[in-house]
Design a protein around this ligand. Structure first.
Ligand code: FRU
Length: 591
């Protein structure tokens, strides 16, 4: 066991130092304003919760490599949903139990009793996946230090139906019935089960929903929340999110939703619902779930998805990390003739990344195309916002990440009322036969027009049409100099009413410089001291005493470099890593 651990730590260190901290976030294909872990494999977003000014983002993470495995919860926090600070692994795989997807809440009334000194605890509710037998059940863990350290509940599991597949609990406080409600997936049955609890520890079955809608693939990662209606202050409807492992419109995994009502016990679908409904028609938006505890005065429903697809996620050629999150998005519901449709728009906080701006107040497609050439508008990190006036049935659109024979084509087709994203020649596509392709979404022309908001990053394109009524999220892997932008259409086709383009700044470029933006735990100015005040050399494979506890203090620059790498050792879990506190602990890992 000990040898295994030493090997694992040695391997980890070897991988960790292959790319130096200075090179991190400058690698080819590294997203510049999307969240990625420094290194290694990531899938679903987990445990998103807002607490004391911080948005927490946990995520499915393999601390040991760039393939799925050893699933644990990685962790990052942000004060603005744009700049992220990496924190140590929050919930590691332990004792043959992997930490699968789940959620986190602020237990404001301390119903769980985990709170201390009158302060509410954070409670995470996640699936325990047993590696030595076919079993998944629900567990909880808590934190009383703003999510910096976590303790797994000794009474785990808190919900067990003896099933091999039973996962991804999403919990929220239901005020009218004054109890916690959990939505959790029974994947192979294609249903979502609802449970209630007074204290997050004892759960009673309430009802089941499904199978209905898209049932080809297994059901995973549900969420249930009210969403405000566009243009109707104070009105909302309940939306049930069900991510499906396969059978999505673009192929592979995707995210469907249902609109209806929830009475505290049962979710009922609106009669008018046409099923299935899809949140995103692109290839790369999965396991999307929402933030808990967004303050009332803010009132937004915010979520984020994993920007990949189970069909090829394991071979996307990026290193030393694998997978990014989508942009965080705000949700609204729009009433249309056929019922309700989810609207998604990237959060307004992203506007702070806007730098150089060019605007055109309208013209024909040819005029705008010429203007783009004159201005030499190009970039691998862009926000584009364009209003087209539709005239006739001819197709029109944009090309982004163009150059070197590469392009990603966005195509609006008023005749067929469809929007397309074509990444067949977008750059590197040959790593998986199912990666290249053309994907399509329904497109409703509104008031004679189509608005396209497009976010282009190093290795992704997200298209939001008509305020996010149709969304296409897509990975693309062009070379960095393929940064051209074009508008296209026929002369008798559409007119452009307005065209805005911003270059977007990187949220990671300051990485490792000690600035808050993208600051890494591996480059924090920390020194480790034992409780007795002796300096501690944290080395691979070292054993700390069970109560070993080391204060971490600020230090001068010269001494810093020697300490930087120590934090990645599996043996060391930092506590209280904010720069202002400079305090931490080292803990002996459980065997
Ligand atoms: C969805 C999923 C979840 C599971 C997790 C494991 O992508 O399969 O159902 O909890 O990934 O990593």
């Amino acid at each position: 066991m000990r040898i295994l651990r030493l090997t694992a730590v040695a391997l980890l260190l070897a991988c960790a130092f292959h790319v130096s901290a200075a090179e991190l976030y400058h690698e080819p294909f590294r997203p510049q304003f999307h969240f990625t872990p420094e290194r290694n494999w990531m899938n679903d977003p987990n445990g998103m919760v807002f607490f004391k000014g911080e948005y927490h983002l946990f995520y499915q993470y393999n601390p040991f490599g760039d393939k799925w495995g050893h699933m644990s919860w990685g962790h990052a926090v942000s004060r603005d949903l744009v700049h992220w600070e990496h924190l140590p692994v929050a919930l590691p795989e332990e004792n043959g139990v992997m930490i699968f997807s789940g959620s986190a809440v602020v237990d404001w009334k301390n119903t769980s009793g985990f709170g201390q000194d009158g302060a509410p605890p954070l409670v995470a509710i996640y699936t325990g996946h047993y590696t030595k037998r076919p079993l998944q059940n629900q567990h909880i863990a808590y934190s009383t230090d703003r999510g910096r350290t976590w303790t797994k509940f000794s009474g785990n599991p808190v919900l067990d139906i003896g099933e091999k597949d039973f996962r991804d609990p999403k919990v929220f406080w239901h005020e009218p019935t004054r109890r916690w409600v959990m939505a959790v997936a029974w994947p192979v049955k294609r249903n979502v089960r609802f449970y209630a609890s007074p204290n997050l520890k004892q759960w009673t079955h309430l009802s089941d929903f499904g199978p209905t809608g898209s049932t080809n693939g297994i059901w995973e990662c549900p969420d249930l929340f009210p969403v405000r209606l566009e243009g109707k202050p104070g009105e909302s409807k309940w939306v049930l999110i069900v991510n499906v492992g396969s059978g999505a419109p673009a192929g592979g995994s995707g995210c469907q939703y249902f609109v209806g009502d929830f009475d505290g016990t049962r979710f009922t679908l609106d009669e008018a619902s046409q099923l299935p409904l899809w949140a995103d028609y692109g290839r790369d938006f999965y396991a999307a779930v929402s933030w808990s505890d967004i303050p009332k005065h803010d009132g937004r429903r915010l979520w984020i998805g994993w920007m990949s697809n189970w069909e090829y996620a394991g071979v996307v050629p990026t290193s030393p990390w694998r997978s990014a999150m989508s942009l965080p998005r705000e949700l609204l519901l729009r009433r249309v003739d056929e019922g309700f449709r989810l609207l998604q728009t990237p959060v307004r906080e992203l506007r702070k990344l806007r730098s150089q701006h060019v605007r055109n107040r309208g013209g024909t497609v040819d005029e705008i195309a010429q203007w783009l050439r004159q201005k030499n508008v190009r970039g691998a990190q862009l926000e584009i916002d364009v209003d087209f006036e539709v005239r006739g049935a001819a197709a029109f659109g944009l090309k982004v990440r163009q150059g070197n024979g590469e392009e990603t084509v966005i195509r609006c087709e008023p005749a067929s009322q469809r929007l397309f994203l074509d990444r067949a020649r977008s750059g590197k596509t040959d790593f998986h036969a199912k990666f290249p392709g053309i994907y399509e979404a329904p497109l409703r022309v509104r008031e004679g027009g189509v608005r396209l908001q497009v976010f282009v990053d190093t290795s992704s394109v997200e298209v939001f049409a008509n305020d996010g009524e149709a969304v296409l999220t897509s990975l693309v892997l062009p070379v960095s100099s393929s940064s051209g932008l074009e508008v296209w259409g026929t002369e008798t086709g559409p007119k452009v009413r307005r065209f805005d383009i911003w270059k977007l700044r990187s949220v990671w470029r300051e990485y490792g410089s000690g600035r808050r933006s993208g600051m890494a735990t591996t480059s924090l100015p920390f020194i480790f001291l034992t409780a007795k005040g002796e300096k501690l050399d944290v080395r691979a494979g070292m054993s700390l005493g069970a109560d070993d506890y080391c204060l971490v203090r600020g230090m001068d620059d010269k001494a810093r470099s020697a300490e930087l790498h120590s934090a990645v050792s599996q043996n060391c879990i930092l506590r209280g890593v904010s720069q202002s506190e400079y305090a931490g602990t080292c803990r002996r890992p459980a065997d």
